[in-house]
Design a protein around this ligand. Structure first.
Ligand code: XMP
Length: 322
């Protein structure tokens, strides 16, 4: 296995990094075409800008609407990048992803179902239709570390696991950010001219809201997690934390609403302080803030009767629940 040489945020010459990676992408792709999927997160946004710098119109950028993204995200990302002169094609793959997730409750099997749907079905199809030979993607070093350590199979790691994307999916993968961690990617994104709402954006996992639904990720349960996520993001927007989220639990608990028993759902809130996601600790939020978010969950998310706040550190917890 090839050891990846880490470039730390502190030790990086950002301009040099961008110049080198732009040249590398241009040389590797040659006169052909490449594709990439933009999710709106800092990693894929940085890769999109690097790729366009290197390839111009020979990079085709897609937003895959997999049905498990946050509220309003597909339209928001397409509109944002239009403003940077980057055309993003919106591709509706919701039915395909929900079909793949149907009946699966095991966390790693869920991750695998998403990986296969993205890489084999959706990208495989786009590559064939467009004639591209390369997929550009924003894998970072933390994704590789956690996958190799067997903690979580990150949806975007292949070669480091001995999987050859060319043989498995029919195209090659270019990973310009693989030597960096999140803090390094933020520096690169800023230097590429992306606005603070992008380079400072909190991380969001590749398996999206399915990483925040314990048990089966049905359209209905994703809808619940999506609404709960929107509330947490609104209420915590002024909190200077690494990442915050809402998780829908599988177990139900007995609650009481309007004087009647309700065997309802549970939402767990997490809010993390961290530099690079390797270790993290719960943010010491004011209790009033937690109370407000809890009240909104109960009132605005149908069927929720319990709201908890995770006070565990990573490790042994991880940032996402699945
Ligand atoms: P965990 O939950 O492993 O997360 O402590 C560490 C960081 O990685 C994000 N995360 C992912 N990012 N693909 C990604 O691109 C994934 O499969 C994935 N799983 C977790 C998570 O949000 C956190 O910032």
């Amino acid at each position: 296995m090839v050891k990846i040489a880490e470039i730390t945020a502190q030790g990086m010459d950002t301009k040099k990094f961008i110049d080198e990676k732009t040249k590398e992408i241009a040389t590797t792709v040659g006169s052909g075409l490449a594709i990439n999927a933009l999710s709106g997160g800092v990693d894929s946004s940085a890769v999109t800008m690097l790729g366009h710098k290197a390839l111009g119109k020979r990079l085709k950028t897609y937003f895959i609407n997999n049905g498990i993204m946050r509220e309003g995200e597909p339209e928001r990302v397409v509109a944002l990048f239009k403003g940077f002169g980057v055309t993003v094609e919106l591709l509706d793959a919701q039915a395909e992803f929900f079909k793949a997730l149907k009946g699966i409750t095991d966390p790693e099997q869920k991750r695998e179902a998403i990986t296969q749907t993205f890489y084999k079905n959706v990208f495989g199809r786009i590559v064939k239709e467009s004639g591209a030979k390369y997929l550009l993607q924003g894998t970072i070093l933390t994704d590789v570390d956690e996958t190799i350590a067997g903690i979580k199979r990150q949806h975007n790691v292949f070669e480091q696991l001995g999987i050859d994307p060319q043989a498995a999916f029919g195209y090659k993968i270019i990973e310009p950010l693989v030597q960096l961690r999140k803090d390094g990617v933020r520096k690169v994104a800023e230097a590429l001219g992306l606005p603070k709402v992008v380079y400072d954006r909190m991380p969001f996992p590749g398996p999206a809201l399915s990483a925040r639904v314990i048990g089966e990720a049905t359209p209905e349960r994703i809808k619940t997690a999506r609404r709960a996520t929107a509330i947490v993001e609104e209420e915590f927007s002024a909190v200077n934390a690494f990442q915050y989220m809402a998780i829908l639990h599988e177990d139900r608990v007995t609650g009481i609403r309007a004087g009647k028993r309700e065997f309802g759902q549970q939402i767990e809130i997490r809010c993390w302080d961290s530099i690079d996601a390797r270790v993290a600790s719960p943010t010491r939020l004011p209790f009033e803030m937690l109370e407000k978010v809890s009240k909104r969950m109960i009132a605005e998310v149908p069927g929720v009767v319990s709201v908890t706040y995770n006070i565990t550190t990573k490790p042994p917890s991880t940032i996402e629940a699945v």
